[in-house]
Design a protein. Structure first.
Length: 531
């Protein structure tokens, strides 16, 4: 069979301050008609650069061959490439809110593709666009046709982008991390949708992702990239059962596994460190000129956390996970119920008491780049809490403590005078953990602490958190939509939906014998496997 797409010795490099950066080096692979091919690898491995080079979307020096239907696209005229983009080869981008035009209605953006490539009149293009929106599962498609991107949910925006990509029935669809910004259940829906549409349209798909579980259930063949090079290509089943390259084996071994340590008996029988009873959180918003409406974000939420225990909170976006965390930290006012930490009511505690308690209740946020001040050095960032809560500590003693804490999380003392932008994502998250741990808290709230990290870096951070928990007897409140992360770290799991806890219990019981239908659906959507 003649391949639909064939890359031969592709090299891509960029000019940077007089230096040439080689992003892709000597990459060769092919994709057949109707085949689902996945490129996997960590951030910076060259996956997206390779995909963008196919449509010549990069200002870079490119050599080698990219043959599509026997024609080398690198030598094709700009007019020829414009005719291919969106028609014969279409692309789904990683973040639909950035890729869609915020000033154009969804329907107009789909209609523009049809008018440009197929010369359709407005009425015919509108009918095709609505049909595509219906096919991709958007409810009330005729009404959503006139919606702007910001009026759709994340899953609906991604479906609209898929509809736009499929408008001209392309022969090759490039999907660049199409599900990373989506909840786990919506992620499964999108991949099932792509699978159905691929069979219906008979198109080939090039999937760019770092989600190995997704690849295992979707792709026919897999190419593994490392530092701009393609290190292994194999059929999906063979790659997962018998990987040949050491990097591939390391990637496959990067799944979290079960790293939770049994809770010591003395902690099991001790009093609860944190208690929440009947918590309710409400938000008011304007409805018209003189009216206000109330939205209930949390309703009748009760839970408890023991010393040294990890309680995992899992649920989709909007389920109330982060609102619950802020309420438990007394950073969000509650409309009802009570929260107690170390026996002290946070509802009635004075400002002085809260300030003292917060030294023992710390938080690590989802995005380390956003949560670390770009204007402070690492020494200032990690030592900020000590300066606030222990202002009389000598500067030399504080610096020694900062150095010891950084070394504990795997960061050397040479980092003290550097700034956050000089570190990788995994290193920045280690610094964020050091900032929280230096105060020796009793409770650490982890709000999606690994979702912005590659799989291998994610495992490193989880192992670090497990080690720190044992060393300092900390309790964790772990918030995530990734069930593999939750299962790897948690003694107990609470499942949230629409501001309520649907069920809570031991992790093994929740995963293997869930009581609630929503929990069963959540588990099925990620095709959860035993570590």
């Amino acid at each position: 069979m003649t391949p639909l797409l064939q890359l031969r010795n592709l090299c891509v490099s960029f000019e940077n301050d007089g230096n040439r950066l080689h992003a892709v080096q000597d990459v060769s692979f092919s994709i057949n008609q109707g085949e689902k091919f996945a490129l996997v690898g960590e951030s910076g491995s060259g996956k997206s650069v390779t995909a963008f080079s196919i449509l010549r979307l990069l200002s870079a020096k490119t050599s080698g061959e990219i043959n599509f239907q026997g024609e080398n696209l690198l030598k094709a005229s700009e007019r020829k490439i414009l005719g291919i983009r969106g028609k014969d080869i279409a692309m789904i981008f990683q973040e639909p809110m950035s890729a869609l035009n915020p000033l154009m209605k969804i329907g107009d953006q789909i209609r523009e593709v049809l008018a440009l490539h197929e010369g359709m009149d407005e009425a015919a293009a509108r009918a095709r666009a609505i049909s595509l929106l219906e096919k991709t599962g958007i409810p009330e498609a005729s009404r959503r046709y006139s919606s702007f991107p910001h009026e759709l949910s994340g899953g609906q925006r991604q479906r609209a982008m898929i509809a736009m990509a499929l408008a001209c029935r392309p022969q090759l669809l490039i999907a660049d991390e199409p599900t990373t910004a989506l909840d786990v259940t919506i992620r499964a829906q999108i991949m099932n949708l792509l699978d159905e549409l691929q069979r219906e349209f008979g198109m080939a798909i090039l999937l760019i992702t770092h989600d190995l579980n997704l690849v295992r259930h979707f792709a026919d063949r897999v190419g593994v990239m490392q530092m701009g090079q393609l290190v292994e290509i194999a059929e999906t089943g063979q790659l997962f059962t018998n990987p040949e390259h050491p990097y591939t084996r390391r990637l496959l071994d990067s799944r979290p596994g079960n790293i939770v340590q049994p809770l010591p008996a003395e902690f099991e029988s001790s009093e609860d460190l944190l208690q929440a009873n009947g918590l309710r959180v409400e938000f008011s918003y304007a409805s018209g000129w003189f009216r206000k409406k109330t939205f209930t974000a949390l309703e009748d939420v009760s839970l408890a956390v023991k010393r040294g225990e990890t309680l995992g909170i899992v649920g989709e976006s909007g389920s109330g996970k982060s609102t619950l965390a802020m309420a438990l930290l007394a950073l969000q006012a509650v409309a009802g119920g009570e929260c107690r930490f170390e026996g002290i009511s946070l509802n009635t505690a004075s400002r002085a008491q809260l300030r003292s308690l917060r030294a023992r209740m710390q938080v690590v946020f989802q995005d380390p780049f956003a949560s670390l001040s770009p204007r402070l050095t690492i020494e200032e960032i990690v030592g900020e809490g000590m300066a606030l809560h222990h202002p009389r500590m000598p500067v030399s003693e504080r610096r020694d403590l900062i150095v010891r804490t950084l070394e504990e999380v795997g960061i050397g003392p040479d980092a003290l005078t550097r700034y956050p932008h000089e570190f990788s994502g995994g290193q920045r998250q280690r610094i964020a953990i050091a900032r929280a741990v230096i105060l020796k808290p009793k409770l650490l709230v982890l709000d999606e602490p690994t979702s912005a990290l590659d799989a291998s870096v994610q495992k490193q951070v989880l192992l670090l958190l497990s080690k720190l928990q044992l060393a300092h007897d900390m309790s964790y409140l772990l918030i995530s939509h990734d069930l593999e992360v939750i299962m790897a770290m948690s003694h107990r799991i609470a499942v949230m939906k629409e501001g309520r806890i649907l069920e809570i219990g031991p992790a093994e019981r929740i995963v293997h014998s869930p009581h609630h239908e929503y929990t069963r659906r959540l588990l099925a959507s990620v095709q959860f496997r035993d570590p």
